[in-house]
Design a protein around this ligand. Structure first.
Ligand SMILES: [Zn+2]
Length: 616
């Protein structure tokens, strides 16, 4: 079972890379580009920057204190992609492991002297995840030996005591290693790391202990807080521990934290993170579009958590957020050529970025960069796209469920189906049975799809020609089911309404008041201005039905707007009882909107998702 997450219990079981195969399409194309371009791109840059050389003992050591973790994420991507470069890279890593299993190119010689910032257990977490991927895709080899030896070292060194790591990830890694090996001490070690956090387990730091979720025990928290990637990796590990130990209280705690975070601390794109200074969540409703941080890794961590909660509960809300995040964050994080990446993903960019050659030393969004001083995001994209089929469909005792329709083939329990769709551009999804079998087939109907219909079209045969054609019925958001048994040629046709829709923000989100955004299907749209195109700050959009325009298979939109330029540079405020000085007459213009995930591919640009609208 080739899955990054394989719980031993839960409402749904994931179908892995051995059961789901992507065909050319929105995600199949991206997965192919990832396998053919992005993985090699990451390896080339890691060599150039000396991060792989660190494992060969090259001095001076280069890269940040946690750069080993990037090599491990790359190994995980290679494992899922069955990439031929894996064995040699694994051998290089293995050379640096010490006799007792310790492995870290930065802290060797001064091990475990900085739990707050040292990232040693964090690095092991990524190494173990790579090892799990290799075990499931290939079986034992050098990489899996190194990972298990490191995990055994961690258990010996940390089973007793009060310490944990300033950056979570080891928790979910150890649970997954338990799932694949059956060795219970890995689960127990993960459980202890979870329970230690917040007692506290770490020293106080200028950002405060909430930064690494050490401000209170995880069971007492009401909401995700602090550094977003840390918070979501931890929550993913907590769900894994809760599921494997049967700890319902712990699972319920994370569900409640997720619910409040989605209600109050999540951007329209699914991105999370409102503060740059410590890469953290803001307060409730602190969701500024221009200062949004929305690290690409945070969105991947959010997909990982949503997937775990979906498997545990079967609740469609988790798949809904995963879809929003897949199409508007994961797809945004990498350029169409697979060689440059966003780290931060704001919803408004006021000043076009200055093109940059080489390493980007900052995380600001504006133009995708080929590499960063901290290159977590490119590697996280690579490992996620390489394992993406495992996130798309699940099974249960009564059949299969398709959560994310994309061209693919799915096999389970004798049943084989092909998913044919132009989604997310078109709303028609056809599930065609290739090999018949038992069980009901479930299709997720997204929360925004309030007028969806479903048709069951049995294969016609000489004995039973279709008497009156297919029966079409309306279906509500959630899951729509069709019962078997199935024979080859049977079809299910789901029609999702794809009309563009205007979206208004909650009035408590101060930074968005007076604005609206446009969505179509699962995609968030944005206005992008390149070169001489209108200045986005001078536009006011009209909330009228957008026009659709298709170009090269991509649906763009046009909305009516008024453009007012030429305002003076005086004091930008006025008395409440006075009249604003509108010296320039507005002119009518048409504003072109592109899918947010495609912005920034035409060169330096300004951009905004939330458009000012005429207030009544
Ligand atoms: Zn990152």
């Amino acid at each position: 079972m080739a899955n990054p997450v394989l719980p031993s219990s839960g409402v749904l079981s994931p179908l892995g890379l051995d059961a789901v195969r992507l065909n050319p399409g929105f995600w199949g194309d991206r997965a192919a580009l990832n396998r053919e371009v992005t993985i090699a791109h990451c390896q080339e840059w890691e060599e150039r920057e000396g991060w792989i050389g660190n494992f060969r003992g090259e001095r001076p050591r280069r890269g940040r204190e946690f750069s080993d973790s990037e090599t491990y994420k790359l190994l995980e991507a290679m494992a899922w992609a069955d990439h031929p470069a894996l064995p040699a890279l694994a051998e290089t890593v293995a050379q640096a492991q010490e006799g007792d299993g310790y492995l870290n190119t930065r802290w060797s010689g001064s091990r475990y002297t900085d739990f707050e910032w040292g990232h040693e257990l964090y690095c092991y977490g990524h190494l173990i995840q790579a090892g799990v991927a290799r075990l499931r895709m290939h079986g034992e080899d050098r990489l899996t030996q190194v990972a298990i030896k490191a995990a055994d070292h961690v258990c010996r060194r940390f089973m007793e005591g009060t310490r944990t790591c300033g950056h979570p990830v080891i928790e979910m890694a150890l649970v997954e290693l338990y799932r694949v090996t059956g060795t219970e001490r890995y689960l127990e070690m993960a459980r202890r790391f979870v329970e230690r956090r917040g007692l506290p387990a770490l020293a106080d730091i200028p950002f405060g202990r909430a930064y690494f979720q050490d401000d209170m025990p995880v069971r007492q928290a009401q909401v995700f807080r602090g550094h977003v990637v840390r918070a979501l990796y931890l929550a993913s590990g907590v769900v894994d521990v809760a599921v494997e130990t049967g700890d319902q209280e712990l699972l319920k705690a994370v569900e409640a934290q997720w619910e409040r975070t989605v209600a109050r601390r999540t951007h329209l794109t699914g991105g999370m993170g409102s503060r740059h200074i410590d890469e953290s969540y803001g307060d409730d409703y602190e969701l500024p579009p221009d200062r949004a941080y929305n690290e690409t890794c945070a969105s991947i961590a959010s997909i990982m958590l949503a997937h775990r909660l979906l498997l545990a509960t079967g609740d469609a809300r988790y798949a809904d957020l995963a879809e929003r995040t897949l199409y508007n964050m994961l797809a945004t994080g990498v350029a169409l050529d697979g060689r440059s990446f966003f780290y931060a993903n704001p919803l408004q960019v006021r000043v076009p970025a200055v093109p940059l050659e080489g390493v980007n030393h900052a995380a600001e969004g504006g133009l995708r960069s080929p590499w960063f001083d901290v290159s977590c995001c490119p590697h996280n994209i690579a490992r996620t796209l390489a394992s993406l089929p495992a996130y798309l469909a699940t099974s249960s005792a009564d059949g299969i469920q398709i959560h994310h329709p994309t061209p693919s083939e799915i096999r389970h329990g004798g049943l084989a189906v092909r998913v044919e769709t132009g989604y997310p551009w078109a709303g028609s999804v056809t599930v065609r049975v290739l090999e018949g079998g038992e069980g009901r087939i479930g299709l997720r109907v997204p929360a925004w799809a309030t007028d969806a219909t479903l048709a069951h079209v049995p294969a016609s045969s000489p004995e039973s020609p279709l008497p009156e054609g297919p029966v079409i019925r309306p279906v509500d958001p959630g899951y729509a089911y069709v019962d078997g048994p199935w024979q080859a040629g049977d079809e299910i046709r789901l029609e999702l309404p794809m009309a563009p829709r205007w979206t208004l923000p909650d009035r408590r989100i101060d930074a968005l008041r007076g604005s609206a955004a446009v969505e179509r299907g699962p995609l968030v749209y944005c206005a992008e201005s390149v070169g001489d195109e209108p200045r986005l700050g001078d536009l006011t959009a009209r909330v009228l039905p957008p026009e659709e325009r298709e170009a090269d298979g991509v649906v763009e939109l046009e909305v009516a707007a008024s453009l007012r330029s030429g305002d003076g540079d005086g004091w930008p405020y006025a008395p409440a009882d006075g009249r604003a000085d509108e010296s320039a007459e507005p002119t009518d213009v048409t504003l072109r909107l592109v899918p947010y995930h495609r912005w920034g591919n035409r060169g330096p640009a300004t951009m905004r998702v939330w458009l000012p609208i005429q207030e009544k």
